[in-house]
Design a binder for this molecule. Structure first.
Ligand code: EPZ
Length: 420
């Protein structure tokens, strides 16, 4: 076990530059897409994070092979020796559900453990299952596993009751190999979904977007290999932008897609931070002396991302006045509040809202991370809390951030990873 020890400063000063890694939530479906073909799929700009290791372990357990060379992974699934994604792996990472669609589509069978809930909510997968049933899969839920079978999936018209990122990704992959045409309505529009469609089309799929959230997929008999560069991680970008907004000084954030972070940048500018594009794929950020209170409501892309809610809450503890954060995506995504209160924040949760009163000067303490983005929020809070903050159980953080302590230290923060 390891922990992070941060020596924070109310007058945090950051400068220099940091490079953003590839998007965790883009590389996971892209790796799952490797199940759809017997040829090699090469993905570069992959983040070296725990979730990538987990899904590659799952691919290997299913019978695929992979090699990693620097930031590139090459996957090949010529055949499978198992069609089961075990509870142990699915429990470790709910995104393992992304193998369900590809396994049924290419091999006609999948046995995937039902992902449980997690720290941010109940996380059902009823929309994934309903979509696959519409494509002709026979699905039963037995002993905590999804048993799915289909001789060959058949195209259908499917309208998602609500926007689901991995649900859309599962159905895009399944429909790519279905017989006939599929229309997916009310798709999630996150950049990671769009990037998966780009990869699938490189592999020979016939996916086209009709209007903003409708996809038409003409199924093909088989898909081929492809090479693809993973898009930058817009949530890591947002996390570093908030760090900049909390600090004096300014720094450059390289390897970003500014338009993927537009909703966060808009709110940061409204809070007083300076955020400027610097060339095609870099942003420069500087904090302001006075942080202005903001009301935030999370919503599906292109709205304010739920994955940035915890991080932005830290900035709002430094704003003079009252800010109201409304979390509309998950039913329990305020577990970071209790830990932030222990650092001195004044936050009250009322149903789907968190009422943040600022400005509160934070003071260092020992805290525990409960999920990936809550962990990132605690790191940001530790940077501006006087004294020492120790963050335990940082395995959550390592699931989605690549060497965050090295990146922050490179900007001037006092943070190190030590044995717990
Ligand atoms: C993806 O999770 C992301 N994970 C999450 O990021 C992100 O928070 C979430 O999308 C929302 O943007 C990956 O891409 C690997 P959803 P996902 O299906 O697909 C409900 C992170 O920190 N729903 O879009 O699991 C669901 O309960 C992670 O990187 C159903 O009701 O989320 C939620 O309320 C955390 N039935 C809403 O839809 C379903 O079948 C959105 O969930 C599916 C979802």
């Amino acid at each position: 076990m390891e922990k992070l020890v941060i020596r924070g400063d109310h007058n945090l000063h950051l400068s220099g530059e940091v490079r953003i890694s590839g998007a965790k939530n883009a590389v996971l479906p892209a790796i799952a897409a490797g199940l759809l073909t017997s040829e090699e799929v090469r993905l570069s700009n992959i983040p070296r994070v725990k979730d990538v290791e987990t899904i590659l372990t799952l691919i290997a357990e299913l019978g695929g092979t992979y090699t990693i060379d620097g930031d590139t992974v090459a996957i090949r699934v010529s055949k499978i020796r198992s069609d089961e994604a075990s509870y142990e792996l699915v429990r470790a990472m709910r995104a393992s559900i992304l193998v369900l669609g590809p396994l049924v589509a290419r091999f006609g069978k999948a046995v995937v453990a039902l992902p449980g809930g997690c720290a941010i909510g109940s996380r059902p997968i009823d929309l994934h299952i309903a979509g696959l049933q519409k494509l002709g899969a026979t699905i039963s839920l037995e002993h905590g596993y999804i048993q799915a079978q289909a001789d060959r999936l058949r195209g259908a018209v499917i309208e998602f009751e609500k926007k689901t990122v991995t649900g859309t990704e599962n159905l895009l992959m399944a429909a790519a190999l279905a017989k006939g045409e599929t229309i997916l309505k009310n798709c999630a529009r996150e950049p990671e979904v769009a990037d998966l469609a780009v990869l699938l089309n490189k592999m020979g799929a016939k996916i086209e977007w009709m209007g903003e959230d409708t996809a038409r997929i003409r199924g093909v008999r088989e898909l081929g290999g492809a090479a693809h560069v993973i898009i930058p991680d817009r949530i890591e970008t947002g996390t570093f932008l908030v760090a900049g907004a909390l600090a004096s000084g300014d720094f450059l954030i390289r390897n970003v897609c500014p338009e993927h972070t537009a909703a966060v940048i808009e709110k940061l500018r409204a809070s007083g931070a300076i955020v400027e594009t610097d060339g095609e794929n870099a942003l420069r950020v500087a904090g302001s002396r006075e942080v202005k209170a903001q009301d935030i409501t999370t919503s599906p892309y292109p709205g304010f991302p739920t994955d940035m809610q915890a991080q932005f809450m830290v900035l709002l503890t430094q704003a003079a006045g009252t800010s109201i954060i409304t979390e509309t995506i998950f039913d329990r995504r305020f577990s970071h509040v209790n830990e932030l209160v222990r650092l001195g924040a004044s936050i009250e949760v009322q149903g789907d809202k968190a009422i943040v009163k600022g400005k509160t000067l934070l003071s260092g303490a020992e805290v525990i991370a409960t999920d990936l983005r809550a962990s990132a929020a605690l790191v940001l809070a530790g940077l501006v809390a006087t004294g020492e903050t120790t963050i335990n159980e940082i395995e959550h953080l390592d699931r989605g951030y690549e060497r965050i302590e090295d990146k922050l230290r490179g900007l001037g923060a006092s943070i190190e990873r030590v044995k717990a």
